[in-house]
Design a protein around this ligand. Structure first.
Ligand code: NAP
Length: 275
């Protein structure tokens, strides 16, 4: 188990966990953290090679098996297939983490409708589809279930140069609160977790265009600096733990106070305005 975890090794023993986009970056960090605390974990995303690689690496590193299946959150049929698979494997679901996302820097004035739709379709519509499809299984969880939606710290404010992602994450935050109320009677808690800056491959390729840009982000983080998937996994584990069973419809901002200081995306993206 991870040496850095503050949680008991068997905290999630016997729990069934579904993580969308769990083969890379933070999602894989969440998956491995749940596995290392006794859970059974299913990950699903589009690329089979990434899923296979994640499972192989996890087994090599921790001696634990990840269950996986290809799924596109934009395609309801594949979402339903994943849920049918979980129904036959587990018959219930304790934890769902809506983590799948796409993002890239683009000013609205030059953003194609296709680019806008793609990000909104993955992030907002995808969270709706997967949550709705998972609901019958979540209701069957014996001691209550938990959903964590991964958002971003531009969800409740402006999201300059990532406007598609900002609008979608804002929608997810609202949906989080709606579901918290609609599904409270089913003993399903629904919260959001807002990570800090994590230098995943996706971020390096699509957002951190160079060293200078990375420094801009770092300068806007009062405490903890650029963080990592393991630290962010601890936040998700907390939200799904019994310690948080009085928390629903809330969001946990784990960004080292970055959002209080300024809008890093504005600073970073200003070059679009200056050009
Ligand atoms: P990442 O490694 O790119 O993870 C995103 C995952 O989503 C990938 O595994 C990807 O796999 C999957 N995905 C994309 N489109 C999909 C689709 N249509 N259907 C199913 N899966 C799909 O990025 P990350 O940095 O770890 O981000 C994880 C989460 O944290 C995201 O929600 C992101 O918005 C949020 N976040 C990240 C940061 C950061 O600094 N990294 C900061 C704030 C919030 P496939 O391409 O194989 O489908």
């Amino acid at each position: 188990m991870s040496e850095d975890s503050v949680f008991k090794e068997n905290l999630f023993k016997g729990k069934k966990v579904f993580i969308t986009g769990g083969a890379t970056g933070m999602g894989l960090g969440f998956a491995q953290a749940f596995l290392n605390h006794g859970a059974e974990v299913f990950i699903a995303s589009r690329k089979e090679d990434k899923l296979k690689q994640a499972a192989e690496e996890t087994e090599k590193k921790f001696g634990k098996k990840l269950i996986w299946k290809t799924m596109d959150v934009r395609d309801n049929e594949t979402v339903e297939e994943a849920i049918e698979f979980l129904n036959s494997e587990w018959g219930e679901l304790d934890i769902l983490v809506n983590n799948a996302a796409g993002n890239f820097v683009a000013p609205i004035a030059s953003m194609s409708e296709n680019a806008w739709r793609t990000v909104v379709d993955i992030v907002l519509d995808g969270t709706f589809r997967v949550s709705k499809a998972s609901y019958p299984l979540l209701r069957k969880a014996k001691n209550g279930a938990s959903i964590v939606n991964i958002i971003a710290n531009y969800a409740w404010n402006a999201a300059p140069f990532v406007g598609h992602s900002g609008a979608a994450k804002a929608g997810v935050l609202n949906l989080t609160r709606t579901l918290a109320l609609e599904w409270a009677n089913d003993n399903i808690r629904v919260n959001a977790m807002c990570p800090g800056v994590v230098l995943t491959e996706n971020v390096k390729q699509n957002l951190m265009l160079d060293e200078k840009t990375a420094k801009t982000f770092e300068d806007y983080i009062p405490i903890g600096g650029v963080t990592n998937p393991e630290k962010m996994a601890q936040q998700v584990l907390y939200l799904c733990s019994p310690a948080a069973d009085v928390i629903t419809g809330d969001m946990l901002i784990a960004d080292g106070g970055q959002w209080l200081v300024g809008n890093a995306f504005y600073q970073m993206g200003k070059k679009f305005l200056d050009e």
